[in-house]
Every structure is written in C-alpha cells, then in structure tokens.
Design a protein around this ligand. Structure first.
Ligand code: SUG
Length: 417
C-alpha cells in the first residue's frame, strides 16, 4: 500500500553555528553561538516521536561523514591546515535538512509507474555542495528496489535544492497528483538557489505529465525577506495549498493554473495584513509538516516559535476553530535546528511508497528511536563553541559518534559512503 513516509535527517554530531548561508537570516544572525549537538539531535528524535504518535510512519537518513576529508582533499588541503571558512564548510552538519536531499515524484505521477528521486546538487552554498555523493549512496541503499529510480544530481551550474522547492497536491497520496516546482530568479541581496532549468530537468527525468506539472516563480520579495527556500513560505498536502500571500511572483496566475490542473484544490492563504512576511519567516509558520492523519483531516506540525509569535498563533487558532482543512496543531521544539534556519519541514524528506519496498534499516518505530537516542546521549558532543570548529581535537569524537550510530543501525557499510 502506498503511503507517505517522512524521512528525517538525524542531526549530526558536528552541528554548529558557523553562519554559512547568506540569505538564511537565522543562520547568519546566530553565527558564533555555541551549539548543542546532543540536545539538537534529541530534539529531532522527539519530533519523530510526535509524528509516530500521530499514527504516521517514520523513516531516517543518517549524518554524513564530517568533516568531509574527501572534499578537502579535492581542494588540496587537510582540515588542520585549511582556512577557517573551509573548515566550517567541511564540518557542517547541514545534511540534517533532508528536505534538501532530493526531489521525489511518487509512482502515480510518473510515466513508468516508479517513484523517482533526484538527489539535489545544492551547488549554491559551498558547505552544502558536497552533500550529494553521500546522499546518493544512502538513497540508493534505502530505495534499492525496482519500484524506485534514484537519479544523480542535475549538473551545475543549475542550482537544485530538492524537495524544499517542490510541492505535490493529490486527492490522496496514492492517486496521480499535480507537482509544483518553485524556482527563484532573483532575491535582492540574496541568491536564488533553485533554478528553473534544474526544476525542468528533474521533471523530465521523472517522466511527469506536463499537464500536471507547474513551474512557478517564487517572489523576489520572499527571497529578499529571508525565504531562501519556498518551503519557508508555502507547504502543500493532499488537496491543500497553505501559503503566504507574498510567496509567489504571480499569485493569481499560479492559483488559476493550479485550479485548472486540480479543480478540487483548497487554497489556504495567509494575508500579509494578518501575518507579515517577516513574522512568517521568523516563526517558520509555513515550514511546518502538513500531514494527513490516519483518521482523516490534516494536522500541522509546527515549531514552538510559531506559538510564540502572536500574529501567527492568532491566525492559526482562528483557522482551527473555523471550518478550514487544518484540524490539529502539533507544536514541536526543534530550536537547535531553527537557529540555523531549519524548521520541522526542513528536517524531513517525504516519500510516497509502500514501506515494504524500503530497506527496513531506514524505517523507525519507538524501540529503534530509543536505541538511537541512547547512542546520541552517549556519543554526541554536548556543546561546540564557535572556536571549537578550528580545534582538530573535536574530530575523533565526531567520527566515533557517527560510527556508533551506523553500528547500532546495521549500516556500517555507509561509513565510507
Ligand atoms: O541551507 N542552513 C540550511 C537550512 C536549510 C533549511 N531547509 C529548508 N528550508 N528546507 C540552509 O540554509 C546553515 C548552516 C550553517 O550556517 O552552519 C544552513 O546551512
């Protein structure tokens, strides 16, 4: 049976605040803070438990080998000798944000009836540009069956940031849907990370039906205000599009095209007069997991920052009290990730598939999460101060922590990709 499974990136032991993503306001604002990798990873586990408690299946993706010695080698340097910016870029735990791992087109949408995944190249940010080889290795392992096609990234210079700039609407997860690719053209002082050419290539590879595929431009104002990915200003699930009024360059054109492709779409739009773009981005209202509950109805899994932002919480309470499609609000604490600009939706990659066709080592229940938590509690560094990044003494602890986790999960074959 095809169902939606959220694969969360386990937050790696090198999680730190180096401020590496211009345009990501939280990450640049928090540059230099002391990070708490153990607490961060346990917050991620608690979010997964909240999803399990809602009755939803849950998967995981693993932290990458950090620092990425291979990448440093290709730049003809080694960690101890590398300049500080390369050290930070090699050490980043950014693979935790699994929404940027790949773009996924479920089987009902594709011409060959297979679920297609294209790994994102993430070329715009140096610290993310070297994630793809290990992501590809993990996805090839997790989705090795014949019902999947896992593709290598689109080549540079066409920037591709994966599912963070892709939305799917469908009457049910297992029925053909409409796929919406959101690209950026410019973002004022900040880069537009998703290029239209990359989105178009992914759609062709996935053999999508052009009549059910839309390419939509993100508004420059949203990128300039700090929405470096579309999933910071919009999210879709089932027949619902939940978006900020200023998310798209041509709001009406997009709505018309979406209604033409899927007449039953429900557009839930938050007006700028109720929630400013700034409040939406600071609270990550839209970086929520919009999920269909097993008993029917939709829930929004939100970061606690949304509850602490009055304009946002007022709007949500009104919506839930009314007749809107979002029936339940689930608040989770992912503050360590949020401080790097990664909310609940950034931490997960959605795959619609039959769980029986997936390598079970990538699926979790409460008992497996208990075992993972024990490894995190025993091995993840408690804190990494900013100047700790330059200290090669940090490295053995990080390597050992990842090995202990892969060992626990029976995935040591990933140790060297
Ligand atoms: O790419 N932050 C990530 C956050 C990704 C959020 N993902 C989605 N919106 N789907 C990014 O900007 C900061 C890491 C640092 O600065 O060390 C970072 O990479």
């Amino acid at each position: 049976m095809l169902t939606e499974i959220n694969f969360d990136g386990i937050i790696g032991p090198s999680h730190n605040y180096a401020g590496l993503s211009p345009g990501n306001l939280a990450a640049t604002r928090n540059r230099g803070l002391t990070s708490h990798p153990r607490e961060a990873a346990l917050q991620g586990i608690a979010k997964m438990r909240a999803n399990l408690a809602l009755g939803l299946p849950q998967g995981i993706l693993l932290p990458h080998a950090r620092p990425d010695h291979r990448w440093l080698e290709s730049l003809a340097t080694r960690y101890a000798e590398a300049p500080p910016h390369l050290q930070a870029q090699a050490l980043s735990a950014s693979a935790m944000w699994a929404a940027n791992a790949a773009t996924v087109s479920p089987a009902p949408d594709t011409a060959d009836g297979r679920c297609h995944l294209t790994v994102a190249n993430l070329v715009t940010m140096p610290h993310r540009s070297h994630e793809w080889p290990e992501t590809l290795a993990q996805l090839r392992l997790a989705f090795a069956g014949d019902s999947f096609r896992v593709h290598a990234p689109v080549p540079p210079p066409f920037g591709d940031e994966g599912a963070a700039n892709h939305m799917r609407l469908a009457p049910a997860h297992d029925l053909p849907g409409v796929e919406v690719f959101v690209y950026g053209v410019s973002g004022g002082p900040f880069p537009a990370r998703q290029h239209r050419e990359a989105s178009a290539a992914v759609a062709r590879r996935h053999r999508l039906d052009p009549a059910r595929t839309l390419f939509v431009q993100q508004s420059d104002a949203a990128i300039a205000a700090g929405a470096f990915h579309n999933d910071v200003v919009a999210v879709a699930n089932g027949t619902v599009l939940f978006a900020h009024e200023q998310a798209f360059a041509d709001r009406e054109g997009f709505h018309d095209a979406l209604r033409a492709a899927m007449p039953q779409v429900e557009i839930v739009e938050v007006p700028a007069a109720r929630v400013s773009l700034e409040d939406a981005i600071a609270s990550y209202l839209f970086n929520a997991q919009l999920v269909t509950l097993p008993a029917g109805g939709q829930a929004l899994v939100l970061p606690s920052e949304a509850r602490e932002t009055p304009s946002v919480w007022n709007w949500l309470e009104e919506h839930v009290a009314g007749n809107g499609p979002i029936r339940h609000l689930e608040v989770v604490d992912v503050r360590q990730s949020m401080a790097n600009g990664g909310g609940p939706a950034c931490l997960r990659l959605r795959v619609v598939a039959d769980p029986a066709t997936i390598d079970p080592r990538f699926l979790v229940d409460e008992a497996r999460l208990d075992a993972i938590s024990a490894v995190i509690a025993a091995h993840w560094p408690e804190a990494i101060p900013f100047d700790g990044i330059a200290d090669p003494a940090l490295l053995p602890a990080i390597a050992e922590a990842r090995r202990a986790l892969l060992d626990q999960l029976g995935l040591v074959e990933l140790i060297d990709r």
